[in-house]
Design a protein around this ligand. Structure first.
Ligand SMILES: [Zn+2]
Length: 139
C-alpha cells in the first residue's frame, strides 16, 4: 500500500510545526498552547491518554543532557567559573522548557508519524472502520 502522505512530507511538515496530516495549520495555538485537534482537518494533535509523555521526555532529555550536563561539566572542569555554571543552569532549567515546548511537540509528532505513518488519517484506508477522528470513540 502506498502512502498518500510519505515520510518526507511528514518530516518537512513537522520541521515547520505544521499538522503532519494536512500541512495547513500550525500545531500550536500559541507558544504554550498546543491544539487539541488540527483546526483544518480535525486530526487530534493530542491523541489522548499518555501521548503528552513523548514531548515531555524530549523536552527534558534535550535540556538535561544537551544543555545542563555540558554546563556542569564545564563548571566542574573549571573551564568557566562555577558561579556562572550554577546561575546559568538554574536560569536555563526554568526558561528553556518553556521555549522548547512547541518544538518538542513538533519533534514528537515527527518521530511518532515517521515510525507509524499509517496512523495519519490521510494514510488510513478508505474502507477502514477506524476513521473516527476521536481516538477514544475507536475503542
Ligand atoms: Zn491538519
Amino acid at each position: 500500500m502506498t502512502l498518500k502522505i510519505n515520510r518526507q512530507t511528514i518530516f518537512k511538515r513537522c520541521l515547520k510545526a505544521l499538522c503532519p496530516n494536512c500541512g495547513h495549520s500550525k500545531i500550536a495555538h500559541s507558544w504554550i498552547v498546543i491544539h487539541e485537534k488540527c483546526p483544518e482537518c480535525s486530526m487530534p494533535i493530542k491523541r489522548g491518554n499518555g501521548f503528552y509523555i513523548g514531548p515531555i521526555c524530549l523536552n527534558y532529555g534535550v535540556i538535561a543532557f544537551g544543555i545542563i550536563s555540558p554546563l556542569l561539566i564545564l563548571g566542574f572542569s573549571k573551564m568557566i567559573p562555577f558561579a556562572w555554571t550554577l546561575s546559568l543552569s538554574v536560569l536555563f532549567s526554568f526558561t528553556l522548557p518553556i521555549l522548547f515546548y512547541p518544538i518538542s511537540w513538533s519533534l514528537w509528532l515527527m518521530i511518532y508519524y515517521l515510525c507509524l505513518p499509517k496512523e495519519l488519517h490521510e494514510n488510513r484506508p478508505e474502507n477502514s472502520d477506524d476513521l473516527l477522528f476521536d481516538e477514544d470513540e475507536r475503542l
